[in-house]
Design a protein. Structure first.
Length: 73
């Protein structure tokens, strides 16, 4: 029985209990599987996690870093 791994060519993720994951982040939060259990290519735009990810990326951008440096000098 598969546990904590991708099955069917990497389409579905099986958790530690041996059950197919549905509607959650898996594999250390790197991938999202939909309610049908299929791995999603990218987070949906309406997903709250996606909004947080976009915000975090903006904080790591060069323009944000240069603003931060100019405020501290």
């Amino acid at each position: 029985m598969a546990k904590n791994e991708w099955v069917d060519g990497g389409r579905y993720y099986v958790g530690s209990d041996g059950e197919m994951a549905r509607g959650k982040w898996v594999d250390g939060g790197r991938y999202y599987v939909g309610y049908d259990g299929v791995r999603q290519p990218k987070p949906a735009d309406g997903n709250p996690y996606n909004a947080a990810l976009i915000k975090a990326r903006s904080y790591n951008s060069f323009s944000h870093m240069s603003k931060k440096l100019s405020m501290t000098n």
